[in-house]
Design a protein around this ligand. Structure first.
Ligand SMILES: C[S@@+](CC[C@H](N)C(=O)[O-])C[C@H]1O[C@@H](n2cnc3c(N)ncnc32)[C@H](O)[C@@H]1O
Length: 225
């Protein structure tokens, strides 16, 4: 009998599924911090900070009404703003405490509970104009699932559709002691998923990115067939 195929972590494939690792966000928060997260952004807004930079960045690249997948939507901060700007947004998140806030604040919007590594099990109609993974979603995924998530996000885009990500690359820009993902790795996963890097910035305001910077906003595109 042939030996079972080994995953990249050295476990037989089925065993890896059973011993599924939690995402780094759940490790950090216990999946209970939706209200606190929302309160933090509400306080920032009250003190005059712009909390809609990500939405403004995306809206500048799209014509309404675009179809947007907010991957790791959290409390819906960005998807709700994009809907106010005339777009059709679907939010997906695995943390029910975050989704509860989104559902309460925008009950008529489309929110799905699910794991981005299994996006294809959620029955989404492909053809999205944009998949957004803002707020350090990529570095906060479960270790080892990042290439699969990038592949799943690429698969729901229409030809010409965009994947926009924002991620910290050092401890100052992450809720983690060390960056788990480098830009080189991330670009490699995107290339494997058939995406090409179109633009990269240092902030959601569009400041230029310089090699070695601590934060990157990346715009990858699915080529037009
Ligand atoms: C720091 S929060 C950012 C939330 C939102 N994007 C924002 O910017 O306000 C990171 C989010 O990624 C979500 N997340 C992490 N891994 C995930 C996965 N495998 N599937 C779905 N969501 C995930 C977490 O549950 C969490 O809500």
């Amino acid at each position: 009998m042939a030996p079972p195929s080994l995953s990249h972590r050295g476990r037989p494939e089925g065993v890896q599924d059973m011993a599924k690792q939690r995402d780094r966000w759940a490790e950090l928060t216990g999946g209970q911090t939706g209200e606190e997260y929302a309160r933090r952004f509400a306080q920032l807004a009250e003190s005059g900070h712009d909390i809609h930079g990500e939405a403004a960045f995306c809206a500048a690249l799209l014509k309404p009404a675009a179809r947007i997948l907010d991957a790791g939507c959290g409390t819906g901060r960005i998807a709700i703003r994009l809907a106010e700007l005339g777009h059709h947004c679907t939010g997906v998140d695995v943390d029910l405490s975050m989704l509860a806030v989104a559902r309460r604040n925008a009950p008529t919007q489309h929110w799905l509970h699910g794991d981005l590594a299994c996006l294809d099990s959620l029955g989404l109609e492909p053809g999205f104009d944009l998949a957004l993974a803002a707020g350090n979603v990529i570095p906060l995924l479960a270790p080892g699932t990042e290439p699969a998530v990038v592949r799943q996000l690429a698969a729901v885009l229409r030809p010409g559709g965009l994947l926009i990500t924002g991620m910290g690359l050092d401890a100052e820009h992450l809720p983690l002691p060390e960056p788990p993902v480098s830009l080189t790795e991330f670009d490699h996963w995107c290339a494997q998923a058939g995406l090409t890097l179109r633009q990269r910035f240092a902030t959601w305001d569009g400041d230029p990115y310089h090699q070695g910077g601590g934060y990157a906003v990346s715009v990858h595109a699915r080529p037009i067939d």
